[in-house]
Ligand binder design. Sequence first.
Ligand code: FMN
Length: 158
Amino acid sequence: MTTMVVVASKHGSTAEIGEHIASTLQNRGVSAHVKDVSEASAWLYETNNVVLGIPVYQQKLWGPGKLFLEANQTELSGKPLFLFAVGGGPSLAPELAEELRSHPHREVTYFRGAIDAEKLSFLEKLMLKVAKAPENADFRDWPGIEDWSQSLLAYGLS
Ligand SMILES: Cc1cc2nc3c(=O)[nH]c(=O)nc-3n(C[C@H](O)[C@H](O)[C@H](O)COP(=O)(O)O)c2cc1C
């Protein structure tokens, strides 16, 4: 029995949340591994449970994460799927939560992420400026992320 934590992460903060989820599960005896979304499809056939993290960019779920869900619909429908979105805002827009819930899932949740100016392109900095959003911030709630990870054990992950 294995659990794959798939991270669609443009600038790394979703990946770090995924690493934290995997290590929390590992500490509770779950065989959990993190894979970037670009290589995760190849591992699906030997994975029992899938946790997937997708960040929000420009009011949309980031494309590579959406593509993973769409391209692997058949394979994913046979496995427990746990979804988390990551964004800078205080909550996930209802239409994006709805979009995630349209996929067969056991859990959908939202975590606040982080922004690191050093990783942003000129255009991204400009977009943040227009939106009056900060270029540097870390809103990640590690205890909350850990609680959610542990709550997944109730689904019998091992
Ligand atoms: C150009 C840009 C646009 C963003 N747009 C949104 C947005 O529309 N809504 C939101 O909640 N967060 C937005 N964010 C914040 C990201 O979702 C947040 O930084 C997230 O942690 C990024 O994940 P990543 O580091 O894994 O790529 C934006 C960030 C950038 C740099």
